[in-house]
Design a protein around this ligand. Structure first.
Ligand SMILES: Nc1ncnc2c1ncn2[C@@H]1O[C@H](COP(=O)(O)OP(=O)(O)OP(=O)(O)O)[C@@H](O)[C@H]1O
Length: 312
């Protein structure tokens, strides 16, 4: 089906898009350095794959690489995950814990949803840049670390700096090399390429073989805006494999959104919840920490509800 497209597989990132291919060339050059990279792109556009590729292409490839999603943890847990803690540092700290900065020494760290880092922790992160030093929670002993920073955000850090929710000095440290990942809807050729790739992947599981995609299914996929990008496309193919029968992927096998329908489980109450999440995010310029606060929810609960309602 996609014979005429020139498909590239770059460290697991599959594409036929010229925009993506030119990003790979930049990535190869950038990866040779230790400069910090800020990946800017919507949810599901492949930021984590890019981060891993940067590490794999770098001189640090034999050293550790770790990723942390800054939107899913409370401030205390995030602090302990990043810097570690000593026994007795807080209630429940029954053992000493090595944080990621201890573990990734000489390697790379990927901080996803960096915009969600609370201001207190932003100051500590800045110290890692400036002094290559940090303290475990509850300890006065200074530890040193040599780490390459890769971070990602779907919102503008510049807007957050203007709002006073993100430190300008930290933003400049993090975005020495900003890279912008295109949305799936801005690279239509990849809808076809990735659909075929995911079909191939699921065919290999052996419980069903899809050999073709019906015209109305293709039409729907090509005109859908894909707010969840590649992750949502993959979910759709998985959905179709589970729901449909035979060797053809039909429009009815895709998720209700692709068919222009409301997902059946979305009751009126759930719709209200979804609207509240969207509004709180809009009021807070996409900052999930602040949006959670406005709704009186913990950050992890807010994150879980956003995922549940496909709010990106
Ligand atoms: N070009 C691609 N080729 C193959 N698989 C891809 C591609 N882009 C993304 N994926 C797959 O899509 C899913 C989402 O990608 P990834 O987690 O890297 O996105 P993300 O931008 O980091 O998302 P989020 O911001 O929600 O964390 C993963 O399963 C990933 O393997």
């Amino acid at each position: 089906m996609s014979r005429s497209l020139e498909i590239v597989n770059f460290h697991g990132i599959i594409t036929a898009s010229a925009k993506m291919k030119s990003l790979f060339e930049t990535l190869k050059r950038v990866s040779r350095t230790d400069s910090s990279v800020l990946l800017r792109g919507d949810s599901g556009t492949g930021k984590e794959l890019f981060a891993q590729a940067i590490h794999n292409l770098s001189r640090r490839r034999a050293k550790p690489y770790r990723a942390l999603n800054c939107a899913t943890l409370s401030e205390q847990l995030m602090s302990s995950e990043l810097f570690g803690h000593v026994k007795g540092a807080f209630t429940g700290a029954t053992h000493q814990h090595d944080g990621l900065f201890h573990v990734v020494n000489e390697g790379s760290i990927f901080l996803d949803e960096i915009a969600e880092i609370p201001l207190n922790l932003q100051a500590k992160l800045l110290r890692v840049f400036q002094e290559r030093a940090f303290n475990r929670v509850g300890s006065t002993k200074v530890e040193h670390v040599n780490v390459r920073f890769i971070s990602a955000t779907h919102t503008s850090l510049r807007n957050m700096v203007a709002d006073g929710t993100f430190r300008e000095d930290l933003m400049y440290r993090l975005r020495v090399i900003p890279l912008f990942l295109p949305k799936l809807s801005d690279r239509n050729e990849d809808i076809q390429v990735l659909t075929e790739k995911f079909i191939e992947e699921f065919n290999q599981l052996g419980y069903r073989t899809i050999e073709q995609v019906s015209k109305d299914a293709w039409d729907a996929m090509m005109s859908y805006p894909w707010p969840g990008n590649i992750r949502e496309l993959r979910n759709n193919i998985e959905h179709a494999f589970a729901i449909g029968l035979g060797d053809t992927l039909h429009l009815e096998d895709l998720t209700p959104e692709l068919q222009g329908k409301q997902p059946p489980e979305e009751t009126a109450l759930e719709n209200i919840e979804k609207e509240l999440l969207v509004k709180a995010l809009r009021d807070n310029h996409g900052n999930k920490g602040k949006a959670a606060e406005q709704l009186g929810m913990s950050r992890p609960t807010f994150w879980r509800k956003c995922k549940l309602h496909n709010v990106y």
